[in-house]
Design a protein around this ligand. Structure first.
Ligand code: HSE
Length: 316
């Protein structure tokens, strides 16, 4: 445990969509732009004599706390050194490529990249499940509550269903390889805690039954590879009805995307990023262009045609 790699390690952790519309807090998917660009944070780690040195760079670093000890990546490093009771130190550099408060699992991406890099650097003191639990705990410090629908797909890739059983946090379910996920981030930031506060404390019995039916039907359809059924039940009865109005332009965009022939559209995580699904690359490109022209309102907004990132977090 005390032996560790002297060479710098660099880790990439992909963006993710929490909820995927149909599975509030219970389903999540990692994203890979089809143009090959990397949509996620990177953390590099190297050994130093003692303590934690930390630097944050990249296009969204200016949105992070200026007090470095408040940064979650710094806190992850302190936790590791404390836990392992090691005398050596680490230097971490966070390349912050994802906008905060975007609905793309930005905090999860930083936490997962950092904990993965630390675990590799110190020769894997934590196994996969233990590391995942740790990732959820640290991400929960930022988002205000522990839910794994971003950290699990970000870490493990693909489409992940949360189980939260005694032995298993989550399991991968089959995805539809022919689907394109067009995601668009308008450029504004929304706090997950505030978007959660918009939801009712209690749900109607009919809504609870619909939620259970849609999610279980979606999982069934995924295993059957029945894309028609999957699209039919990819409906959000838990969050979208209460969050849609708080996301500028969302309802108009959803309507326009339907007119363009997209199969379904929903909110990525707690927004403001939206996702829209199609099995036609041509339609995906048209949707991306429409979103670039009409949904991106602030500097820094972007749209990507994605498929799912099946690899999850990895060394780069
Ligand atoms: N599933 C959570 C929510 C987090 O919708 O509030 C999304 O990133």
């Amino acid at each position: 445990m005390s032996k560790h790699s002297q060479n710098a390690i660099s880790v990439y952790a992909p963006a993710s969509m929490g909820n995927v519309g149909v599975g509030f807090d219970l389903l999540g998917a990692a994203l890979a732009p089809i143009d090959g660009s990397l949509l996620g944070d990177k953390v590099s780690i190297s050994a130093i004599a003692t303590g934690v040195e930390f630097e944050q760079v990249g296009p969204w670093a200016h949105k992070l706390p200026t007090e470095l000890t408040e940064n979650i990546v710094y806190q992850c490093a302190e936790f590791f050194l404390d836990k392992l009771q090691t005398n050596t130190g680490v230097k971490l550099v966070l390349q912050k490529n994802l906008p905060v408060g975007s609905g793309l699992g930005s905090s999860a991406s930083s936490v997962v990249a950092a904990l993965y890099a630390l675990n590799e650097h110190f020769d894997k003191p934590f196994d996969e499940q233990a590391l995942l639990l740790l990732m959820g705990e640290f991400e929960g410090k930022i988002s205000g509550s522990v839910h794994y629908d971003n950290v699990a797909p970000c870490y493990l890739g693909g489409m992940q269903l949360m189980l939260n059983t005694q032995d298993k946090v989550c399991a991968a379910i089959p995805s539809f390889k022919e689907w394109y996920w067009v995601v668009a981030y308008p450029g504004i930031s929304l706090s997950t805690a505030k978007m959660r506060a918009l939801l009712p404390e209690q749900y109607d019995k009919g809504v609870a039954i619909d939620f259970g039916r849609y999610l279980s039907a979606f999982v069934h359809a995924s295993y059957q590879q029945d894309s028609k059924m999957a699209i039919e039940v990819l409906k959000d009865v838990m969050a979208e009805p209460y969050r849609a109005a708080a996301i500028p332009g969302y309802l108009d965009a959803r309507e326009a995307l339907t007119q363009l022939g997209m199969l379904t559209t929903g909110i990525s995580g707690s927004g403001p990023t939206l996702f829209s699904v199609t099995d036609s690359l041509e339609k995906a490109q048209q949707a991306k262009e429409w979103l670039e022209q009409h949904y991106l309102t602030e500097q820094g907004g972007f749209a990507h045609v994605c498929q799912l990132d099946e690899q999850g977090t990895r060394r780069v």
